[in-house]
Every structure is written in C-alpha cells, then in structure tokens.
Ligand binder design. Structure first.
Ligand code: PEP
Ligand code: MG
Length: 756
C-alpha cells in the first residue's frame, strides 16, 4: 500500500500538471482534479470545498450527488469539513459518522461512505478550502496517502488563487480575524502616533509555481540554497555579535541546528520527489510542521517554531531570489514597518520620510535600535505578540504608542478616536514648542541644564528646534553604523565640523566610538569571534585602546574639527581609571602631533568619562581629580547593576529605574562628584522620562542629556516642580523605600501638580 500511495503523489501531480496547463475553465479543471485524485487514491469519493463569503461551498465532487455542487455549504467549524478548515488540521477517520463533529447533508448522498480523510487547502497560513476523500469500506487512510493529499492541496491552492475562485481577501490568505478590525497591545518603546500601511521587514514570499517541470533541476536549486543558507548561518554564528538584537546566541544556535538538520532537508527532498517545485516543497514541509505544532500547546516549542519559520523563509528567499528586506525594495508610501526585531543598521536603511512607525514582536527600551528610532523620531511599539501572523501586508494601521496600542484595519470609529487623540497630542506638542525659548528653571529657581543626545547629521536640527542647551551626548558610532565601509578620518572630520558649527556657542560632548555590544559593524572583524556576552565583552574603550589606530584617527578628526573652540570629549565604558588615562594620552599625543605640524587646535580640550560600569563608582576618588566632567550612562549602568541584558526582550519590563538600588547608587555618585566639584550629567534614556527625571533632580542631578523629543515634556516638568521639595521627598523614599517608589512619587507629583 505504501509504495502504491507514494507513487500516487507523483502520479497525481503529473496529471494535475496537464490540467493546470490546459485552457479549460476553472470549474472544468476542478472537476478533472477530483477525478484524478479519486482514481489515484482508489476512493469512491473525492470532493473540493472552497471558502466563499465565509462559508465552505462544495465546488466539485466525484462520487457525491452532482446536484449538491454549489448547493451544499458548511460554516467554518461545521461538520468535518468545517472543522478541518477552522482548525487547519487533517482528519483521517475509518468511520466518519462516529466523529462528534459529523454533520449529515442529505443532498450529497454521503451516507453510503464510511471512511473519510480531509486536508485543508492552505493559502498563506490560512485555510481557503478543504480537499477530502471518502471510501465505502471502513478503513483508515495510510500516512503516505494523507501526505499525497496534502501535497495535492498545495497545488490546488495555486490553481484556486490563479483562477480567482475564492474571494479576494480569502485568496490573499487572510484569516477571518485578518479582515476584522483589531486592537493589539504592546510595550511603549518610542512614544508617538503614526498612521500608515503595514510593510513586512522581511517580505513574505509568494510561490508562483507549485508543480515541477524538471525534478532534478528543482533538487539542485534546493541543494544550493541549503549550501548558501548554511554559509550565512555559519557566518552569523562566527561573528562575535549579531546584527539583529533579537538574534541572541541561543537563536543562532537554533538556526544552526535547523540549517544542518538532516530530517528537514530530507523531507524537503521527498516533497520534491513527489513533483513539487523547490519553493512549494519548502512551504509544504513548513505547512506540515505548522500543523503538527498547532496540536502541541507549549510556549517553548512555539518559540522554536518561530525560529524554524525564520529559517524556512530564509531558505525560500534564497531559492526564489526574492528580496531580503523591504528596505531594498524601497518604500512607496507611508509605512509602518513590521518585524520580529531589527538591528540599528537595518533600521537606518529605511527612507526616513516614508517610515512612519515600527512594530516589533520583541524589542526593549534601551536596545540601540530603539535609541536610533527615538533619534529619528519614529514611534515604536514593541512586544506585540503574533503581529506578523495577525496582519497582512498593506493593512492600514494606526499606532498610538501612548496607549500602548496598534489599531489594525481600523473601523471609522477607531479612526475618528485616533484623529482626535492626534489633535490633542499635536496641541500638547505645540505647547511644548512654545516653551522652546523658556529656560528650564524650576519653580524654586534652579536652572537645570537640559541637553540633547544626537548622533546623526540630521539630529543637529533638533538643537534649534528644541532650544536645548547643547548636545550632551554625541554618539559618534552612529556614523560608523550607517556606513557601508569604515568612515575614514576625512569623513569623520567633516561631520564633526558641521556639528560644531551648527551648535554655535552651545557645547557638544563627543563620545568616542562605542562599538561592540548590540552595535555591530559588518565591515569590522572581531578578533575574538565567539564572544559569549558581547555587551560585557570587547566593546567601546576596550576596542579603542587595543586597536588604537581607530582612536587616533578619531582623535585627530575631533581635534581638527574643534580648532579654535572648546572640544568636549568623553570615553565610553571606562571601568578603571587607567583606561581613562590611556585614552586621554592618545588624544594628547595627537594634539602635540598636530601642533608640531603647525595645525590649528582647540583652545581647550575638556575630558570626561562615562560612568556605565559599576566598578568605576568605587574608584571615583582616584578618577575625579583627573577629569573635567562625568556623564552617567544609565542604559548600560542599569544592565550591569541588575545583571540584566538591556536588549533582552524578556527582561524589558522586569526592572524599574525608580528602584532603590539604582537611585541610591546614583545618589552616592552625585554626592561624590559634587564634593569634588566635577559636573555630572545623566545621558541615558532614563533622563527623558518624566518621573525618572523628577527622581534624578531629587537626588541632586542638575544636568540631563536626553532624546530631543523629550525636551519639551521634561522642561514642562521642571518648570512645574519645586526641586527642594522633590529632594526631601526622594530622600525620604530612599531612606525607607516603599514597595513602589514609582507609585508613591507619581502620587506626590500629581498632588503637587507637577506636569508629568
Ligand atoms: C548609556 O549606556 O546609558 C548610554 C548613554 O550609552 P549608549 O546607550 O549609547 O550605550
Ligand atoms: Mg552605554
């Protein structure tokens, strides 16, 4: 039986190939198809039900009464056929009537038949119909016969879609919920509102042909695609850090496992044997896996399924030569980008004018891609579960990060509410803009220094637009991230000069390159290719001191760019004072070199260190006498204090910046810096959030460098705050912390009418 059935899949496909190529009408083709399948599987009955207007309609049959065609209809979930479609599952029964979902349709005359097997006809992960066979004898169909049916169902889905036999929405593969309006919730990553159409970062592959012309050629295509994919994965695994932040080491390991999984390639090969094209074979195997996984309710397996889907899509993209990312195709209209996760460089590839918002299935607040998005002013909603499954390419989306929501295919009422909210937000924003020329002075007269974080050339404009006091953190590595090749000294010099010129009298604090961690440079090879923990590994000043050619070039570019003015420079990830000494010495040497060459140099170079590694706080007494300023990078600092990867999606909401541990730590640092008369700034994302900024002022911070969009709201907060009061409240909270500092401080802010 096995052999007969195995041969039959191929036989059926050969038969179908002729039918598909013929000039007959779609209905005639379907009639022919049921004959071919019925004969091949020695079944008295073979029927095709297709979904039309939400119900499953009998479109063609061999063996049932012909009068029932286009008459018999089953709702989704009704009867065996409806169950198969709704659950996207296969049924194989020796006695159909004994199944609890069996529904008798007298017009079909099916009471004569006992055994029943049915498979869903799937289009883009959704059932658009059902193919079933019935037999007079009560017998269960063999596994290989079921597989033959599933293979045929794949081909049918192509025929059906091409012939326009089902509704457009259904042909697109939309699920019932894929046409309805939806509200999906996520995590606020970059505040803002956006309206646009869904574009998948990694577009779905459309399979054009399912039946192979030449089986050996298809096999060859799959082999070479596997080779290429394995090469890609090996490369990814051997890079010390990975482009996409979601691509953690364990994911890569999983990828590797799948890429080399013999079972997977063998099953694809078998599907090709049955007569499918390479693309259809990959998809066929994926469909089968999906069907199996649906029956197992295990979140861990679901995660693995996610990885396998990614791999399968990767293989499909390679084999079909379709584009790797939507950025390469170019955006045609207002876009909301949908992705599992993105790396900063990937985001920067998109056209900023058309990219209105981003929705991620993963994502965390201080991941660099989010910092880049914030700098670009692009709202991002993260941790939206299953978004890639629930929406279709081109769907209209309304993103309202303030509400932690995205509205999918909105109803007119949803759109109206969105527009109203948008108007409110714009009005608030106009209010903030009006504050532009007002100083950030608290109610009790403290003049706070409010600066912005920047990194791209376009960010310079934000200085004027916000009226900020300067650039407190210029992330020089962004230029490295957006370039295809290492930016040479001349190019660096030009950027720094433009920034300094545009800032005029306002100070700019340049941070030397911080690469490594989640900021990968594709063109820079890492020496240690197998870093376990890139964030705690070879990054920032550690790279710079070892590869000092890079640091020297940057030092010269900065010194030349700041000729005649004051250059403020700081070093990232300093862990011990000697690192600061060495970095400073490199700069000083370049300064002398330039003087010897008769070049103009800055009037003054002010050196600072970022405090991001907790160990440095223990040596402040040694460090403070050596430098002009300190800047606290709370993004890294908190990840190290809590031992919680800042890019790890599962930890995104676990720890609170308003925790006693962080605030007490910062408070000690501030006191020490104050005593040594060294100005201290907070430049992490924490300072751009209302309540966090309030707490920072409460522990004595008077200088903040924040994302430009936060300048208005933070200034409004400062202007409505009595800092002396805030200090005594925060002090009290740190001495005897309540269960939630956030809750108590929030309440206090509300009662005291502080604008948060
Ligand atoms: C920080 O770590 O807080 C910081 C400002 O630097 P980055 O986010 O670029 O690592
Ligand atoms: Mg940092």
């Amino acid at each position: 039986m096995r052999m007969i059935a195995a041969a039959s899949a191929r036989e059926i496909l050969t038969g179908l190939h002729e039918v598909m190529a013929s000039r007959a009408t779609a209905q005639a083709k379907l009639n022919k198809v049921v004959q071919i399948i019925g004969e091949a599987l020695a079944s008295e009955v073979c029927s095709i039900y297709l979904r039309r207007e939400g119900v499953l309609e009998l479109f063609a049959t061999r063996g049932l009464n012909q009068e029932a065609v286009h008459v018999t209809k089953l709702a989704m979930g009704e009867g065996l056929v409806g169950t198969i479609a709704e659950q996207i599952a296969t049924l194989n029964l020796d006695e159909a009537t004994s199944h609890p979902d069996f529904a008798y349709k007298p017009e079909t005359g099916e009471e004569l038949f006992h055994s029943f097997a049915g498979v869903p006809i799937i289009r883009k992960e959704d059932a658009v119909g059902v193919l079933c066979v019935q037999h007079a004898e009560p017998r269960r169909y063999e596994e290989v016969e079921i597989e033959a049916l599933q293979t045929v169902a794949m081909v049918l889905s192509e025929l059906i879609a091409n012939a326009g036999l089902i509704d457009n929405a259904e042909a697109r593969g939309s699920k019932v919920q894929n046409t309805a309006a939806l509200r999906l919730n996520g995590l606020k990553l970059v505040d803002g509102m956006a309206k646009g159409h869904a574009v998948f970062h990694q577009p779905r592959i459309t399979i054009e042909h399912t039946v192979a012309e030449d089986i050996e050629a298809e096999r060859h295509r799959v082999y070479s695609a596997f080779d290429k994919m394995r090469e890609q994965i090996d490369k990814m695994a051997s890079q010390a850090e990975f482009g996409g932040e979601g691509e953690h080491r364990d994911v890569i390991e999983m990828y590797k496992m799948f890429a080399y999984d013999e079972g997977w390639s063998r099953r694809i090969n078998e599907a090709i044997d049955s007569g499918l094209t390479a693309e259809a074979a990959i998809e066929r195997v994926q469909q089968r896996t999906r069907m199996r996984m649906r029956q197992i309710d295990d979140p861990l397996l679901a995660d693995r399924m996610h990885d396998l889907e990614d791999m399968s899509n990767r293989l499909l993209r390679i084999v079909s030569g379709q584009l790797a990312s939507a950025a390469q195709a170019g955006l045609r209209r207002d876009t909301i980008l949908i992705a599992r996760n993105l790396g900063p460089a990937e985001l920067l590839e998109y056209d900023r004018r058309r990219l209105k918002g981003v929705i991620l299935e993963e994502g965390s607040l201080t991941a660099h891609v989010i910092i880049v998005a914030r700098a670009m002013g692009i709202p991002v909603l993260g941790r939206v579960k299953d978004i890639r499954r629930l929406i279709s390419d081109g769907d209209l989306l309304l993103v309202d990060v303030g509400q932690s929501a995205v509205f999918v295919r909105p109803t007119p009422a949803m759109e109206e509410a969105f527009e109203t909210q948008l108007a409110v937000t714009q009005k608030r924003r106009a209010g903030f803009a009006a504050l532009k020329r007002e100083p950030p002075v608290s109610k009790d007269g403290l003049r706070v220094t409010l600066m912005i974080n920047a990194g791209l050339r376009d960010d310079i404009a934000a200085l004027d637009a916000t009226g900020a006091d300067g650039i407190g953190l210029f992330r020089t590595e962004f230029q490295f991230l957006v370039s295809a090749t290492m930016p040479q000294r001349e190019r660096q010099l030009r950027l720094y000069r433009d920034v300094i010129e545009a800032a005029g009298k306002k100070p700019v604090v340049f941070r030397t390159v911080d690469i490594g961690g989640d900021k990968a440079l594709p063109y820079m090879r890492q020496d240690d290719e197998d870093e376990e923990n890139p964030a705690m590994g070879w990054r920032a000043i550690r790279v710079a001191l070892e590869r000092d050619g890079l640091m020297k070039a940057q030092a010269r570019a900065l010194i030349e760019a700041a000729a005649g003015t004051t250059l403020n420079v700081m070093f990232p990830m300093v862990s011990e004072p000697w690192e600061f000494d060495q970095a400073r010495a490199i700069f000083e040497k370049q300064r002398e070199f330039l003087i010897a060459r008769g070049k103009r140099i800055p009037r003054e170079i002010r050196y600072g260190a970022m405090l991001e590694v907790p160990a440095l706080a223990e040596c402040l007494d040694l460090l403070l006498p050596k430098l002009e300023f300190i800047s606290i990078g709370t993004n890294d600092l908190t990840q190290f204090l809590f031992a919680a990867d800042r890019a790890h999606p599962k930890l995104a909401e676990r720890f609170d910046w308003l925790s006693p541990a962080i605030l007490r730590f910062l408070s000690r640092v501030v006191k020490q810096c104050d005593a040594a008369n060294v100005p201290v700034t907070v430049c992490g994302e924490m300072g751009g959030r209302g309540l966090e900024a309030l707490a920072l002022l409460g522990i004595g911070i008077e200088r903040l460098s924040i994302t430009p969009a936060a300048v208005g709201p933070i200034k409004a907060m400062i202007r409505s705050l009595n800092v002396a009061d805030a200090r005594s409240v925060v002090n009290g909270l740190l001495q005897t912390p309540p269960e939630s500092i956030r809750a108590v401080l929030g309440e206090w802010a509300m009662q005291n009418k502080v604008e948060i």
